[in-house]
Design a protein around this ligand. Structure first.
Ligand code: CO8
Length: 258
């Protein structure tokens, strides 16, 4: 499938999805979000890690497209917000690890896109923030909720109420970003992390991701029940047998994800 505003590239088991409208700093208009959703849907079982990044030198994604949004009335705004929520929920529901490589501005909807990934690595020149209140609206693609879960209520409120942009070092300090890399090393770092992950059992990673996500909103007792069930269910899988057999035979495991 050909896309106008995104690029989807496959390198073995690692896919890289680039939001690619650099003239508008990769702002998310309707078409871009639809293409993004279609690209995520198109990923097959052979893709084991997804990296999301931005095209050009300046931006990851500078937000939802303000020019397009400025003309919306309430019903269309509801539809647009629903499209963004659906696309990001789809991303979040993937059973594979998803990494945001934040290479520049990640503002508004761009920050919300990064937050929908499992974790964020940022380049030294990245700037993150939710500036929506300065436009007279609030974050509309999950930012108020995912940022709060990522950094806690007080930090999330501070960022949302001020609309301030923070640099990568500050974003790391508050736990929004895991690591800060020189711009030229960001994608290589993400790929090296992906390479480590694809050596491991895909079924085990999918199960770990599921129980972490499902357990996050439950009390510890219920959440630990999910872990126990997930752990037990992996026994009898080809991956569990192969992983343990390979260890005992002192050789690398060859996982099939079954
Ligand atoms: N939407 C549309 N176009 C944009 C956007 C955007 N979010 N950001 C930048 N652009 C365009 C600029 O208009 C400019 O276009 P042109 O060259 O045609 O004038 C081009 O990209 C380059 O931008 P700048 O010249 O402004 O570049 P600077 O380096 O001077 O500034 C900034 C970079 C600081 C990133 C600046 O562009 C900026 O502040 N952008 C807007 C950031 C912002 O407010 N983002 C939040 C948008 S709201 C949002 O994301 C809500 C999400 C939920 C939606 C729910 C829907 C109902």
């Amino acid at each position: 499938m050909t896309y106008e505003n995104i690029r989807l590239e496959h390198d073995g088991a690692v896919a890289t999805l680039t939001i690619d409208r650099p003239k508008a700093l990769n702002a998310l208009n309707n078409k871009t979000l639809q293409e993004f959703e279609a690209a995520v849907k198109s990923l097959g079982a052979d893709t084991r890690v997804l990296i999301v990044t931005g095209g050009g030198e300046k931006a990851f994604v500078a937000g939802a497209d303000i020019a397009e949004m400025s003309a919306l009335e309430e019903p269309q705004a509801r539809e647009f917000a629903a499209l963004g929520h659906r696309a990001f929920a789809l991303l979040e529901s993937l059973s594979i690890p998803t990494i945001a490589a934040v290479n520049g501005f990640a503002l508004g909807g761009g920050c919300e896109l990064a937050l929908a990934c499992d974790f964020i690595y940022a380049s030294e020149k990245a700037q993150l923030g939710l500036p929506e209140v300065g436009l007279g609206v609030i974050p509309g693609f999950g930012g108020t909720q995912r940022l709060t879960r990522a950094v806690g209520r007080a930090r999330a409120k501070e960022l949302v109420f001020t609309g301030a942009r923070i640099d990568a070092a500050k974003a790391k300090e508050i736990g929004l970003v895991l690591e800060v890399l020189p711009a030229g090393e960001l994608l290589a770092h993400c790929r090296s992390i992906a390479a480590k992950m694809i050596k491991n059992g895909p079924l085990a990673i999918a199960t770990a991701k599921r129980v972490i996500e499902q357990g996050a909103d439950k009390d510890l007792g219920e959440a630990n029940t999910l872990e126990r069930q997930g752990f037990a269910e992996l026994f009898g899988s080809d991956d569990q047998r192969e992983g343990m057999k390979a260890f005992l035979e002192k050789r690398p495991a060859v996982f099939t994800g079954k």
